[in-house]
Design a protein around this ligand. Structure first.
Ligand code: PBG
Ligand code: ZN
Length: 324
């Protein structure tokens, strides 16, 4: 038969397929989220997220040693177990888990490690919301002050970059100003610029003990039905001075990743969140899917959609098990 084109010629064997592959992954693009607490000798695996643990500073150092050997040198740190209060006082304390962990990691590994910190107060408020709560409402402008104080505390402890995940209006500008006014103009901002009010954060909230006691986050996180607004949110953060933009969650929002990528010159990250991770883990443990194949298929999807940076709990498996 005479065919003008035979696309299968480019799929003949793995050498050919690799030559024409449109998407390539590199270990440089991965960021590993980790949960830190105070104390010592803590390494508690989280039931909802197999393979993910809480670490105290001493066990964290041991784990990071292994991660560096695998080529994982960018962490996103979350604090757990700090004292909760109405106005999240411990979120700006140098004694809290995250600043303590940063100082310890810096002392051990210096600048071999790039440290990004999540900035949000939901794990530090008694009510579990991501800002100041008054009369059942999360107030925007008063929340900016506590968020920028928290960002400054992380910068003072030695963070390279802060990542606000609260979705208050104007927080990138407020944090940028606070950091600059205090001599931290080299500390970057990776904004959770387009963050949806998603059911995929379920396992995380168990890990971080950060569920809202009443109500939900729909008054500040984005409506899952909105794609145009998703772009608007990211472009606002670009204007406010974000260095890196982010879409979260990732898998159900590949269209959003692609659209933002087409409208910004900034690097774009995606966050492959806890629920996405746990679903894959549980399905693999049940023997329903091949874990390596399905994880890599997801990673390629993020990259193909336009993500430059992938934040994922899977990266340790990917690199230690040679999946890439
Ligand atoms: C805090 C925060 C959340 C996540 C990252 N930062 C939870 C939330 O907004 O409820 C989710 C991460 C994950 O699910 O892996 N605001
Ligand atoms: Zn929050």
């Amino acid at each position: 038969m005479k065919l003008i084109t035979r696309p299968r010629r480019l799929r003949t064997n793995s050498i050919m397929r690799s030559m024409v592959a449109e998407t390539r992954l590199s270990k440089d693009m991965f960021v590993y989220p980790m949960f830190v607490c105070k104390g010592s000798k803590v390494k508690n695996e989280i039931k909802a997220m197999p393979g993910v643990c809480h670490y105290s500073p001493d066990t964290l150092v041991k784990e990071v040693e292994k991660l560096l050997k695998l080529g994982i040198n960018k962490l996103l740190l979350f604090g757990v177990g700090d004292k909760k209060s109405e106005t999240a006082k411990s979120s700006k304390s140098q004694k809290s888990a995250v600043p303590t962990a940063i100082r310890r990691l810096r002392a051990e590994f210096g600048k071999d490690l790039y440290l990004i910190t999540d900035v949000c107060v939901c794990a530090y408020t008694t009510h579990g919301h991501c800002g100041v709560l008054t009369g059942g409402q999360v107030l925007n402008d008063p929340s900016l002050e506590i968020l920028s104080d928290m960002a400054l505390a992380h910068a003072k402890a030695g963070a390279d970059m802060v990542a606000p995940s609260d979705m208050m209006d104007g927080r990138v500008a407020a944090i940028r100003e606070k950091l600059d006014d205090n001599g931290h103009n080299t500390v970057g901002i990776m904004s959770y610029s387009t963050k949806f009010a998603s059911a995929y954060y379920g396992p995380f909230r168990e890990v971080a003990d950060s569920s809202p006691q009443k109500g939900d986050r729909k008054g500040y996180q984005m409506d899952i039905r909105n794609g145009r607004e998703a772009l608007k949110e990211s472009l606002i953060d670009e204007e406010e001075g974000a260095d890196i933009l982010m879409v979260k969650p990732a898998l159900a929002y590949l269209d959003v990743i692609q659209n933002i990528k087409n409208h910004t010159l900034l690097p774009l990250a995606c966050y492959n969140v806890s629920g996405e991770y746990s679903m894959v883990k549980v399905a693999a443990q049940a023997g329903l899917v091949d874990e390596a194949s399905i994880v890599m298929e997801n990673m390629y999807a993020f990259s193909r959609a336009g993500a430059d940076i992938i934040i994922t709990y899977h990266v340790k498996d990917i690199l230690s098990k040679g999946w890439m």
